[in-house]
Design a protein around this ligand. Structure first.
Ligand code: GDP
Ligand code: ZN
Length: 309
């Protein structure tokens, strides 16, 4: 029967069947990987699998097949340079929780997240939290960010998890979708998850709450069913997703607002830095592409190693 991976702990996976039954499942032997990527984990949260309940062991099952993924997101594996760890699969969208104060999420960090998500074809919603403590300065910054990113096509929201302000709007965005939720530590991810799923209060405050940083040992993703339909994938401990698969010449494709200009550069392998007749640079100078976004582009470009062949 078909089931979805909700959690992975070592070689055991918590899976849920279409009828709502949970099993603890293991992989059956070694079977062919269905993706042409070298990952350190064969199955990830969100994967759709085929399981066979085990005779005489109620609640246990074997995973016999992994269905093809519609998409997935990876991070660099700690076990080796070019290896990747699949964080989650089959996502409809990702939410990045950001804050402009206590702590401040840098636009550089936001842009790296957006690039990674774009590379894996995952739409992103930016949610700015802690609205209740924003003063004029932060509100101005928010308006600026709102304009830049909504122009590109991203949805941007302002909420207060503490005051439950904007939570209904968040619920509407998450309804019936599978959403990866991410953000720097301290931005209020646990608080928002609590607002969305009050039943999980114990887990979030006790494990990943502000007073319990040291207790926060889980690094694998976990999926939760939302009360109004849809699922949330939390990725505790994952600070950043890797820009591991991206080549220098590809990067501008993942700055979505650069796409319309790319075919107009004189060189088709233009990196949009020093090349003559670069349509991207011209668009930045004309104010059609935000300067800070261009700076992010150049900064990320520098961090990409040329692949050795
Ligand atoms: P996480 O590390 O992202 O899971 O963040 P937490 O949910 O643990 O929150 C970190 C801190 O920010 C805690 O002290 C929360 O009480 C506080 N916090 C969370 N949301 C808000 C908010 O909307 N406004 C304010 N002022 N504080 C918040
Ligand atoms: Zn160019």
């Amino acid at each position: 029967m078909q089931a979805t991976i909700y959690k992975s702990t070592g070689s055991w996976y918590t899976v849920k069947t279409a009828t709502g039954e949970f099993f603890q499942a293991r992989m059956k032997g070694i079977f062919k990987k269905n993706e042409d990527i070298t990952s350190t984990n064969p199955v990830a949260v969100g994967d759709l699998v085929e399981i066979e309940p085990e005779d005489g062991e109620p609640g246990n099952a074997m995973i016999t097949k992994i269905e093809n993924r519609s998409n997935y997101i990876v991070r660099a594996s700690p076990h080796g340079k070019n290896k990747k760890h699949i964080v989650a699969a089959n996502l409809d969208q990702a939410v990045l929780i950001c804050t402009l104060k206590e702590p401040r999420t840098s636009t550089g960090f936001i842009d790296r997240f957006l690039v990674t998500a774009a590379a894996y074809h995952i739409p992103v919603i930016l949610i700015f939290n802690k609205k209740d403590i924003y003063k004029d300065k932060e509100m101005e910054k928010y308006e600026e960010i709102y304009d830049v990113y909504t122009d590109i096509g991203y949805q941007v929201m302002l909420i207060s998890a503490k005051e439950q302000d904007g939570i209904d709007e968040v619920k509407a965005v998450l309804k019936d979708k599978t959403t990866l939720i991410s953000g720097h530590s301290g931005v209020g991810k646990s608080s928002l998850i609590n607002d969305l799923m009050p039943g999980l209060t114990i887990r979030t405050t006790a494990v990943s709450g502000w007073s319990g940083k040291g207790l926060h040992t889980t690094t694998s993703a976990e999926m939760y069913d939302l009360p109004d339909g849809g699922r949330l994938i939390d990725t505790p401990g994952v600070r950043e997703f890797g820009i591991v698969d991206i080549e220098k010449t590809e990067l501008s494709h993942y700055f979505l607002e650069m796409r319309p200009y790319l075919s107009e550069c004189q060189f088709n392998n233009c990196l949009h830095i020093n090349e003559p007749s670069c349509a991207v640079k011209a668009a930045v100078e004309a104010g059609e592409i935000d300067v800070e976004r261009y700076v992010s582009y150049a900064t990320i470009l520098e961090t990409i190693e040329e692949k050795e062949y």
